[in-house]
Design a protein around this ligand. Structure first.
Ligand code: AMP
Ligand code: MG
Length: 357
């Protein structure tokens, strides 16, 4: 009996095994087919155009992907025009800019400003509140004191810093939305949009490309970048290299982004040297001294303006408070290099998703 039953069971086992194998094979084919359909959708062929130009005191690189070459070329042009327009309005190096006019007469009377400048100032104040004053575009007087200190090679005195600090504070900035005017509550106040204007300009350039018919594109202004849509290689992602602050020309890591922006702040980019010591160009509005806890802060966010603001803010707030802020801000991630342990890169919990292996 035993000897007769055994072959029959073997036969049944083999039959069941065969059917399981066939089922698994069919399932695998379906999964592969679905994956293929999802990753390689039919896309019409595209053309791309790109350009490099000097703008906002740095280099800008723009790429536009469009259904045809002419549209791509026009999109690159209109993106550069959008950058130039923001610079014309918000530069504090140009004495005739709209921002300079506010700085010149803002303490005398309310100054009527463009929709764009008003939008940037309103957003800046919103983030000053969110960051407990770490981000503050009224930082101008402190920036001036340290700029002069750098030129003279002498650290500012406590009196100079106290006098500058008395003119700083977003609560002293009076924004009238109804009349779209800006007024300073204290004499000697000065707005500095160095921590936000670049991001805003990048967003405007992206908008110009989208309006112009681009199906994808990338705008890079001095390492602050936003990209959208289709890459010229017909993929849906853009590879963005983050510079290693310690080694010129070396990449820290590569990010895989789409419809996102990344901005980096750091003392390696711009600083003043006094007695051989480096002072960052980013200042803590509460202390009027330069931020020194972090060597580099990169923020990934949906818009370049948000990334730009938050990178400057986190540089002031430091590691703990900064990470907490970014963890609690939706759709944003941070990649930080602390000044005290530069080999240890710190990331927020969702940042790894964007890092290319
Ligand atoms: P970023 O390179 O975007 O971090 O911007 C740095 C620039 O923002 C500086 O050069 C200043 O013009 C300005 N800035 C410095 N400190 C602050 C601050 N605490 N809040 C806002 N802007 C700042
Ligand atoms: Mg910034």
């Amino acid at each position: 009996m035993d000897t007769q039953e055994a072959p029959e069971k073997d036969y049944q086992d083999a039959d069941v095994g065969k059917r399981i194998l066939q089922g698994a094979l069919v399932l695998a084919i379906i999964i592969i087919a679905v994956l293929l359909l999802r990753t390689t959708p039919e896309r019409p062929p595209v053309s791309a155009d790109s350009g490099y130009r000097q703008v906002m005191g740095t280099f800008a690189h723009i790429v536009a992907v469009a259904p045809n070459t002419k549209t791509a070329e026009l999109c690159v042009e209109s993106a550069f025009s959008a950058l130039a327009l923001v610079d014309k309005r918000m530069s504090d190096y140009d004495a005739t800019s709209e921002l300079s006019k506010v700085n010149q007469t803002g303490c005398e009377h309310p100054v009527a400003v463009s929709q764009e400048l008003f939008e940037v100032l309103t957003t800046a104040v919103e983030y000053s509140k969110k960051t407990d004053g770490a981000f503050d575009v009224t930082i101008g007087p402190v920036v001036d004191v340290w700029r002069k200190a750098g030129e003279n090679g002498l650290k500012p005195s406590d009196e100079e810093l106290a006098a500058a600090q008395a003119k700083v504070g977003f609560k002293k900035l009076i924004l009238d939305a109804e009349n779209r005017t800006v007024k300073f509550a204290v004499e000697g106040m000065r707005l500095d949009l160095g921590g936000i204007a670049k991001g805003y300009a990048i967003d405007k350039a992206i908008e110009a490309m989208q309006t112009g018919g681009a199906v994808g594109g990338m705008v890079d202004v001095g390492g602050d970048i936003r990209c959208f849509g289709q890459h010229k290689d017909n993929t849906q992602e853009w590879l963005i290299g983050l510079q290693n602050p310690q080694v010129e020309g070396d990449l820290l890591l590569k990010l895989r982004l789409n419809d996102m922006a990344v901005a980096t702040s750091g003392d390696y980019r711009r600083f003043v040297l006094i007695d051989g010591q480096r002072y960052s160009h980013i200042f803590d509005p509460a202390l009027s001294t330069s931020a020194k806890q972090l060597t580099s802060v990169s923020i990934i966010a949906p818009t370049a303006m948000q990334a730009d603001i938050l990178a400057t803010a986190v540089s002031v707030m430091g590691k703990e408070k900064g990470l907490k802020l970014i963890e609690s801000t939706p759709n944003t991630e941070a990649i930080i290099i602390p000044a005290d342990s530069e080999k240890n890169i710190v990331k927020t919990s969702g940042a790894e998703v964007y890092v290319k292996e």
